[in-house]
Design a protein around this ligand. Structure first.
Ligand code: KIV
Ligand code: ZN
Length: 506
């Protein structure tokens, strides 16, 4: 009989380590939408935030704990009473809950904290005991473990397991480790920590040298059974190990790695797109698994090979990450019922109001574009889902732009605010600039454009264009997204959605 493979626990930290990196901050509703997608992915643990860090983080962890069913909800806490108490309060209503407490253990961190090894060990034990007084599931992290003196690392792990830690995490906090060396470090922990069998070994790798995934996999080969990771590999500095790369490596190379995960890989593509649309930060086209080109076979030889026998150049199928072929689905004569049935088939379970609004948008699009693909529908639905969660202070009613060679680009915009229609015009360096300036004149919100990206969501010259952007207003950054077959209109909608986010946050 085939030997059962060990399971590797997937601990997602997109909403904690990912969210705390510059440009990736999300509001509560966005965090909730992402957490719900993580539950569909079937991750084992969602690290929902760092409750003591801010009231916003506390509320988000609390709301996710109350709402999301399935995964364990974890909150981060320094090895301090006030952090642990606040974390316990935030995760109280979760079905399955975990407190994740940590302390820096490397000479660099001990020096900064002005603590001796003995003092740090005492704090860690106290923190784990306090966390255990609230929950049965406690994770303890030795921050900067890869630069920590090995004997001390083994001592603190042994002591915290004795104090009740059920998972012990070995972070490569600064992305310093090399795979063979990191694997050895895990093997040494298994050999030298006498009570190690009572806890799961976890790893948390950063990507500063581009080795976060390789380090995590080498740790798994040496006995780690939890990996911490984030969608699209986001996280502090160069990011965390990317969830999609780890999961697909484990799935594709199960012959070698001999472990498995419980991830529903068909939700990977959707999770990646959702994060991009929330943050306005795309992944590079050649990004493994979720990049635009990850499954594109450009050269003639490769295309020919894949058509004859797909395994010649393809080690995973696009369908395995939920990437569908462009499919003609509905046309302008399709009715509301067919529309909502089709969305159900795509995995959307939407309220009546969202369906009605999305159906209206679908009809407008069907008038402009003969062929409508699943990707077009997903774009429309994504817009509606995010807009129902956001107060739409202003809506785009009308846009007219004038541009070309040897004329000054101008834009005239009409926005609706409640029942009032407001029109204004502006000139700019190109039609997009003029459009954003006209919106600024009407709304009074001056934003500095930090990032602007455009992509086509489906096929053809009449494809729907998706604009994602980020603007800075004062000290805050807001992401925006808009769709249209007209890229100027898509830009106007994206700018306006960022402005609406600003207005609904203040
Ligand atoms: O990188 C790190 O060490 C962390 C810990 C808090 C786990 O994020
Ligand atoms: Zn980290």
């Amino acid at each position: 009989m085939a030997k059962k493979r060990d399971n590797v626990v997937i601990f997602d930290t997109t909403l904690r380590d990912g969210e705390q990196s510059p440009g990736f901050s999300m509001n509560i509703d966005e965090k909730l939408a992402l957490a719900s997608q993580l539950a569909k992915l079937n991750v084992n643990v969602i690290e929902a935030g760092f409750p003591q860090a801010s009231p916003g983080d506390f509320e988000a962890v609390k709301k996710i704990s109350r709402t999301i069913k399935g995964p364990i909800i974890a909150g981060l806490a320094r090895a301090m009473d006030k952090d642990i108490d606040r974390c316990a309060e935030a995760i109280k209503s979760a079905g399955k809950k975990r407190i994740h407490t940590f302390i820096g253990t490397s000479p660099h961190h001990l020096r900064m904290m002005k603590k001796s090894k003995k003092e740090a060990l005492k704090m860690a034990v106290k923190a784990v005991k306090r966390a255990r007084s609230y929950v049965k599931d406690v994770e303890f992290s030795t921050m900067d473990a890869s630069r920590t003196e090995r004997n001390f690392l083994h001592d603190i792990l042994e002591a915290t397991i004795d104090a009740g830690a059920t998972t012990i995490n070995i972070p490569d906090t600064v992305g310093y480790a090399i795979p063979a060396e990191f694997g050895e470090q895990i093997a040494e922990i298994r050999e030298n920590v006498s009570n190690i069998e009572k806890a799961i070994i976890s790893v948390h790798c950063h990507d500063d040298l581009g080795m976060a995934v390789a380090n995590s996999l080498e740790a798994v080969r040496n006995g780690a059974r939890q990996v911490e990771c984030a969608i699209n590999g986001i996280g502090e500095r160069a990011g965390n190990a990317s969830l999609e790369e780890l999961v697909m490596a484990i799935k594709t190379r199960k012959d070698f790695l001999k472990v498995e995960t419980q991830i529903n890989t068909r939700e990977i593509h959707k999770a990646s797109r959702l994060l991009i649309s929330i943050t306005g930060i795309p992944v590079q086209p050649n990004k493994a698994i979720v990049g635009e080109n990850a499954f594109a076979h450009e050269s003639g030889i490769h295309q020919d090979g894949v058509l004859k026998e797909r395994t010649t150049f393809e080690i995973m199928t696009p369908a395995s990450i939920g990437l569908k072929k462009n499919k003609l689905v509905l046309g302008k004569h399709s009715g509301r019922h067919a529309f909502s049935k089709h969305l159900e088939g795509l995995g959307y379970n939407l309220g009546k109001e969202t369906i009605n609004n999305a159906f209206e948008q679908f009809k407008i699009l069907a008038d402009k574009k003969k062929v409508i693909f699943d990707e077009d529908l997903e774009a429309i639905v994504g817009d509606e889902m995010s807009s129902t969660k956001m107060v739409k202070v202003y809506e785009l009613e009308h846009i007219q732009t004038n541009s070309g060679t040897n004329i000054i680009p101008t834009a005239t915009i009409t926005l609706r605010k409640d029942k009032e229609l407001i029109t204004d015009s502006a000139i700019g360096d190109g039609p997009v600039d003029a459009t954003c300036k006209a919106i600024e004149r009407i709304t009074g919100i001056q934003g500095r454009l930090l990032a602007y990206n455009i992509r086509s969501v489906s096929l053809g010259k009449d494809a729907v264009g998706e604009v994602t952007l980020r603007i800075r207003v004062g000290d805050d950054v807001f992401a925006g997204k808009g769709h249209s077959t007209d890229v100027i209109e898509a830009s106007a909608k994206a700018w306006l959605s960022a402005v609406n986010r600003k207005l609904s946050s203040s």
